[in-house]
Design a protein around this ligand. Structure first.
Ligand code: PGA
Length: 254
């Protein structure tokens, strides 16, 4: 049985004082009642060091939303895995659809980042997912397959233990239109089967596959009940302690 992992992707939200407010609220609400659920928060870069300080002594883990694949150098505007580690991060989201669509990230670039994150001791949350157009053209399976293969090129089976995959259909992100539990489960099953073929069934069975895309307190339980959905990557609903806590609680009971 895989433990559930719920991650909050804050995106470009929350300044320092808002970070303090949200994390203090979250710590009070979540308290010690996490059960077997692992909670991760991914604030913007500017809030990471403060978040690490505020989360000291808590079981909530810290992640970043992106990184570059070098340790240092002339890469204006970029942040390295070494910097993320020193700010207190354990996780890093890579290949989010907003990075792919708005900032032109390719499978090749994402693969470089995944390799570098692993080599630096960060645990990548690798995002994949089809657009509405791709779903309507019935090419969801091909798109997701090529994203998974592209992001994981030359990743060893030992390293797979340190990777989370997040399936996030682009048409469901920030739109209020979540995938039905069945639609999500179908793609999660496909991803697990693919990992089984690329590696072996032991690796596939251990892999945590999160669902993301308009996860809210009122749909989380149904999604998390599916046998191949091992957690959620939550955007909008993680910005308030109340709604994020409710999602965490629904993971605790399924
Ligand atoms: P959403 O975002 O929950 O606001 O749809 C999810 C994500 O982009 O990770």
């Amino acid at each position: 049985m895989r433990n559930k992992i719920i991650a909050g992707n804050w995106k470009m939200n929350k300044d320092l004082s808002e970070t303090k407010g949200l994390l203090n609220d979250l710590k009070t609400k979540v308290g010690a009642g996490l059960g077997g659920v692992q909670v991760i928060v991914c604030p913007p870069f500017t809030s990471l060091a403060l978040a690490a300080e505020l989360l000291k002594g808590s079981t909530i883990k810290l992640g970043a939303q992106n990184m570059y694949f070098e340790d240092e150098g002339a890469f204006t505007g970029e942040v390295s895995p070494k910097m993320l580690k020193s700010a207190g991060c354990e996780y890093v989201i890579l290949g989010h659809s907003e990075r792919r669509q708005i900032f032109g990230e390719t499978n090749e670039l994402i693969n470089k980042k995944v390799k570098k994150a692993l080599a630096s001791g960060l645990l990548p949350i690798v995002c994949v997912g089809e657009t509405l157009d791709e779903r309507e053209k019935n090419i969801t399976d091909q798109v997701v397959t090529s994203q998974v293969k592209g992001a994981l090129r030359e990743i060893s089976s030992a390293d797979m233990e340190n990777i989370i995959i997040a399936y996030e259909p682009v048409w469901a992100i920030g739109t209020g239109k979540n995938a039905t539990p069945q639609q999500a489960e179908d793609v999660h099953r496909l991803i697990r089967k693919l990992i089984g073929q690329m590696y072996n069934w032991t690796v596939a069975e251990k892999l945590i596959i999160q669902y993301g895309g308009s996860v809210k307190p009122d749909n989380a339980a149904e999604l998390l009940k599916q046998s191949n959905i091992d957690g959620a990557l939550v955007g909008g609903a993680c910005l308030k302690a109340d709604s994020f806590t409710q999602i965490i609680q629904s993971a605790n009971v399924v």
